[in-house]
Every structure is written in structure tokens, then in C-alpha cells.
Design a protein around this ligand. Structure first.
Ligand code: UGA
Length: 438
């Protein structure tokens, strides 16, 4: 029998997973505790910016395969495989993950689950969570099974990454659970995507290990940027040169303001906290350094800005280009660019932030900051411009036209994304991170 699916939690991960599973031909019911979100999704509106998701969502609502609810009983009755896609943010005042949404959603679902149902965790969790959920369900729902199936999608490429992933990873305890998941992912497996079956803790660890590796790669190149600054070298040429070695590879070696978002920063912190609980804290001490290198890039950028403004932010107008943590996303969680903007504002500068998609979210978090939706007017009267997120729109800026808007043509390229020669030729004082002489 073709499995019917529910997706619990319709944030970036869940909304994408629900829409893409319907796109693959399954009947899907998405659940969220927010009635406002459910109302928007039901109308075919994605409550956040994710390229291409609107079409997949609308198409599958129209064809009747996809719907949304706030009712756990309804979700349980309409599906037999239930994906848990709720958030695991950093806990307030702590390094570890706040697991209340994961355990809360399973607890609310459990009383309605039929025997034979499969609960599949997709959220990024501390190792041991799947085991704990299975232990709890064994008491309340002995006929229900658990599996773990971490998600590797990137914001901005969520649809592509869900429909055409690099690999599928499932942690299972029975052949039956594996079989069910093979049915769910049959269309993807038939494309030749590797389907890796393992135990619970390994599946959970795959996700945090992958994100830790990515974070480490970024901090590695940013550490090199610090050395390049001291030695008068150019980190972009260095990255290019080491990247030709296929063992190193050139991806995720872009030096700049570093990583942010709702995943990498909190995942490495939660991983360290969990390793500590397990008595393996020494193994992950290096991640503390990875985190520190990453945060230092933001402070360094603020210091560089102060230096370029002759030592003081007072009465200086600064335009920050970028509020989202990366391009093609409206997500401002732990955004390096926004962090730098707020730090300079707190230090006395008159800061205006521009972003093609992220201003609404930014204003929600920092209502006291000034925002401008038009890039040319945002540049108006600036004493300094700081590019913090490498949106295409900024790469395509005409440096001469931009120069006409500002009071003083000074720019920090926080993502090494502009052409220094073109900007200098248009009269700009150009500074970048890790390239003192660029
Ligand atoms: C990340 C992982 O890449 C996904 O595989 C994972 O599924 C996801 O977290 C998650 O845990 O859900 P995402 O947070 O969407 O995805 O963003 P990334 O593309 O990984 O970028 C993270 C940050 O690193 C961004 O702030 C980006 O600007 C920065 N970055 C990336 C660099 O500073 N340099 C680089 O070379 C690459």
C-alpha cells in the first residue's frame, strides 16, 4: 500500500518536505500549531522566502495531494508515516538545543497514532533523541515504530536538495521501518541517490558531523584570512590555490564574515554540549575555536569600519548591504551582516540596512534599526558601505552610480564578492577581509 504521509512542523524544513513529498506523488498532510501559518499554506502562500517553493506548494494544493491542519488527530488519521520537522533552536541561556518542540509534538501526536504507524524524525537533534522517543512510545504506543532520517537541505536550494539530495540517511531498528522508508523515497532512490541504512545514533550524528565539518571548513579559511591580514597576503588566491587539490576542494572556502543562520552556529554549540554530557567533550574542543574564529570576523569588521571612519562612529552614516544570513533567503537568524549592523549602531553610527528579502524579519528582531528597501536610496549620504551578504543585486551594482549616492566612497566587502579594480576605478576606497592589499 502506498504510504500516506504527515509532516509535523511547517518551517523551512517541514513546508519544503511536505510540498516535495506531494510533488513525488504522495498524499501529504502538513501540521503546524500556528493557525496563521496553516492558513497561509492552505492558500498556497509560503510564509518565508524560498526560491521555487511557491510553485511546488500551489501545484500540489491544487491537485489535492497536499493539505494542512492544526489538528493532531486529523494528521494521525490521514497518514501512516509521520515526519517530525519541528525546530530545535539553541536553548535560552545555554549552549544545548531546546528539545521542547520535538518531544512536545511526539507527545501530542501519540494518543492519536494507529498501530503500525512510523514516526520519522528529521529535525537536527542531540544524539540519543531517537532512542528516547522510541523508549517513550514503547510505553504509550507499543505498536508504533521510530526511525531517524536527517535532512541536509540548504536554504535557498531547499526544493532542489529535497528532490535531488546527495544521499538519504535512515536510522532504523527493523527491516519493516527500512522497507517503509524505501517506499517513501522510491522515486529518489531510483534516480541512483545512495540510500544509507544505519542505527539511530549514527544517523543522528551524521547530521551534526556534516554541519560541524562545513563550519570547520569555513572557519579554517577565515583563520587563514586572519593570517593573510597579518602577512599581507590574499586569502581568495590562497583558497583558489588550495582548492585545486581534490582532497581539499574549493567549495565552502569563501572567506568573509563567516557562517550564520538557524543551523550551523547552534548545531556546533549543541553538539559540544551533548558531547560533554556523554563524557566526550575533549573530542569537540576544536569546535569552540571554530565558533570563536567565526565570531571574531564580525568584530574584526566592526573594527575595520571604525578605522576607515577615522576612529569614531559618532555622526557617521553607514549603509549595510544585507540582512539575511546568506543570499536567496529571508532568514536573519544569527545573521553575520545584521550582527555587524547592530554592533555599529550600538557604537553610535547612524546605520541603514538594505536587503532584497530579509527586511521584514530583520525589523521584527531589531525594530529600532533603520531599513530601506531601495538600494540606491539606502546608499544615500553614506560615509561607509559594508557589504555583509553576497546578494546578486550587490554584485551587479554599478560602482560609479553607487559612488554618486554616497557622501564618501568607502566600502568594506565583507564577502569578497565585488571586483576591487572596478570599484577602485570608480573612486572607491575598497577594503575586504583577508586581503589587505586587494
Ligand atoms: C546548512 C547546511 O549547509 C545544510 O546541509 C544543512 O541541512 C542545514 O544547514 C541545516 O542544518 O538544516 P544553511 O544553513 O541553509 O545549510 O546554509 P549554508 O549554505 O550551509 O551556509 C551557512 C553559512 O555559511 C552562511 O551564513 C554562509 O554565508 C556561510 N558560508 C558558506 C561562508 O561564510 N563561506 C562559505 O564558503 C560558505
Amino acid at each position: 500500500m502506498t504510504p500516506r504521509l504527515s509532516v509535523i512542523g511547517t518551517g523551512y524544513l517541514g513546508a519544503t518536505h511536505a510540498a516535495c513529498m506531494a510533488e513525488l506523488g504522495f498524499e501529504v498532510i502538513g501540521l503546524d500549531i500556528s493557525p496563521a501559518k496553516v492558513e497561509l499554506l492552505t492558500k498556497g502562500t509560503v510564509p518565508f522566502y524560498e526560491p521555487g517553493l511557491d510553485e511546488v506548494l500551489s501545484r500540489n494544493i491544487a491537485n489535492g495531494r497536499l493539505r494542512f491542519t492544526t489538528d493532531f488527530a486529523e494528521a494521525a488519521s490521514q497518514a501512516d508515516v509521520h515526519f517530525i520537522c519541528v525546530g530545535t533552536p539553541q536553548a535560552a541561556g545555554a549552549q544545548k538545543a531546546d528539545m521542547s518542540q520535538v518531544f512536545g509534538s511526539v507527545e501530542q501526536l501519540a494518543p492519536h497514532l494507529a498501530d503500525g504507524a512510523l514516526v520519522v524524525g528529521k529535525s537536527t537533534v542531540p544524539v540519543g533523541t531517537a532512542d528516547e522517543i522510541a523508549r517513550r512510545l514503547a510505553v504509550s504506543n507499543p505498536g508504533v515504530e521510530v526511525a531517524w532520517n536527517p535532512e541536509f537541505l540548504r536554504e535557498g536550494f531547499a526544493v532542489q536538495d529535497t528532490l535531488h539530495p546527495d544521499r538519504l540517511v535512515v536510522g532504523v531498528r527493523s527491516a519493516r521501518a527500512e522497507e517503509r522508508l524505501r517506499e517513501v523515497y522510491a522515486p529518489i532512490i531510483s534516480d541512483g541517490v545512495p540510500f544509507l541504512v544505519m542505527d539511530f545514533p549514527t544517523a543522528e550524528l551524521v547530521k551534526v558531523a556534516a554541519n560541524s565539518f562545513l563550519a570547520t571548513k569555513i572557519s579554517f579559511i577565515n583563520a587563514m584570512a586572519e593570517v593573510c591580514e597579518a602577512a599581507g597576503a590574499d586569502v581568495t588566491r590562497l583558497a583558489e590555490a588550495i582548492g585545486y587539490d581534490p582532497r581539499i576542494g574549493n567549495r565552502f572556502l569563501a572567506a568573509g564574515l563567516g557562517f550564520g543562520g538557524g543551523c550551523l552556529p547552534k548545531d556546533i554549540r549543541a553538539f559540544m554540549a551533548r558531547a560533554g554530557e556523554l563524557g566526550a567533550d575533549e573530542a569537540l574542543l576544536f569546535l569552540r575555536e571554530v565558533d570563536q574564529i567565526n565570531l571574531r570576523r564580525r568584530m574584526h569588521t566592526v573594527d575595520l569600519a571604525r578605522k576607515m571612519l577615522d576612529g569614531s562612529f559618532i555622526d557617521k552614516r553607514i549603509t549595510v548591504l544585507g540582512a539575511s544570513f546568506k543570499p536567496d533567503s529571508d532568514d536573519v537568524r544569527d545573521s553575520p551582516s545584521l550582527d555587524v549592523a547592530v554592533a555599529m549602531s550600538n557604537a553610535g553610527a547612524d546605520v541603514v540596512v538594505h536587503d532584497p528579502k530579509g527586511l521584514e524579519n530583520a525589523a521584527r528582531v531589531y525594530p529600532h534599526m533603520a531599513y530601506d528597501q531601495d538600494v540606491m536610496s539606502a546608499l544615500g549620504g553614506a560615509d561607509l558601505v559594508v557589504l555583509g551578504t553576497e546578494w546578486r543585486e550587490y554584485r551587479d551594482l554599478d560602482p560609479a552610480a553607487a559612488a554618486r549616492q554616497v557622501r564618501a566612497a568607502r566600502i568594506i566587502d565583507g564577502r569578497n564578492t565585488l571586483d576591487p579594480q572596478a570599484w577602485r576605478a570608480a573612486g572607491w576606497t575598497y577594503r575586504a577581509l583577508g586581503r589587505p592589499h586587494a
